[in-house]
Design a protein around this ligand. Sequence first.
Ligand code: A3P
Length: 286
Amino acid sequence: PKQKGWIGSYIYNYQGFWTSPRLIQGVIGCQQQFQAQDNDILLVTTPKLGTTWLKAILFSLNPHDLVPFLELKLYVDGQVPDFSSCTPPRILSPHLPYDSFPKSVQDSRTKLVYLCRNPRDTFISMWHFTNNLRLDYIDINSIEEMFDHFCKGVSLYGPFWNHVLDYWGKSIEKSKKVIFLMYEEIKEKSKIQLKRSAEFLEFPFSIEEENCGVIDEILRMCSFDNLSNLDVNINGKLSTGEETKMFFRRGEVGDWKHYFTLEMSEKLNHIIKQKFHGSGLKFLYI
Ligand code: A3P
């Protein structure tokens, strides 16, 4: 079934999650042709959870080109991607739900780094992003209309709660295949979260590296101020045409307060309480 709104004039429900006309080919191409390898690292998010930041933290200063968005960059025009220039470990960034990956992801020793963010800031970030995209297939809805869709689970790669709960469940399994990170915790306790991620990926920092400030330097380079002021992120464009500056807006926790009415907070609280009941997962809003 297709539903009006969100990031396209229409987004489609495919295997239980919502995806856009632009991405559907990529999603299917990826499912049919992507072969995960043992040392692959997949950075999984839904849009606006801080993908760009995580890409930078785990890799580089020009994250979009170096950590491709799996479904969009690859397969969209029916092209099988050329990975020959990627030095292992390959780092790729999909938005797919866990069960929608090809079997090789589950069967290999591929590791998944999942980044989550509180649903209010995620929604507001998505609202701004959608407005800024101004692509011709986008039908910009009012914030109320978009919020209504979000609450019904209609958002790109949503329902938001299904996506999050899926990976949360995997992260608490013994297999250690998925690490679950939270945007707000990386903001608050950056060093601890960076060390935790490095250990999970089996690239732990040595005492010497720690003592000579390597962790602080990575965090400085990946800070919102530093990344958003790089020329490549001010003037650059993705290979798909979007301006890189769109991925840097405020980079804060709690911006939802400038937009949410009491009614919106109450409605979303109610849904979140219901959906996450018993999961043990708690969101941080400020
Ligand atoms: P806001 O719109 O709330 O500012 P994605 O990369 O998944 O599209 O997510 C974009 C969101 O991450 C935006 O949130 C953006 O500002 C924020 N972001 C980008 N780089 C960041 C950084 N270095 N630190 C914190 N937040 C960052």
